[in-house]
Design a protein. Sequence first.
Length: 107
Amino acid sequence: MKDLLGLMGKAKEMQAKFQAMQDEIATLEATGQAGGGLVSITLTGKFEMKALKIDPSLIKADEAEILEDLILAAHNDAKNKVELQMQEKTKALTAGLPIPPGMKLPF
């Protein structure tokens, strides 16, 4: 019975840590760039776009496709950076726990 209470206590503690981690992840920000910094996008930990900056030299009617490609590349760069930060925070929180490989946290 003592082990069960201890396990329940650890589960509750883990739940609180995961909630705190999710709150912290929501405040993360990462900026991705493309075209040597001509296009930059800042995303939050919830993958919401917070900022988009485009160098005025790119705003030409006949080069819209290039601009679109750079925006997508900058977005993907920012998304990868947010995901990497999330993985690092999750790894720190779950260190030492017997979690199966490939299991993504938070759920």
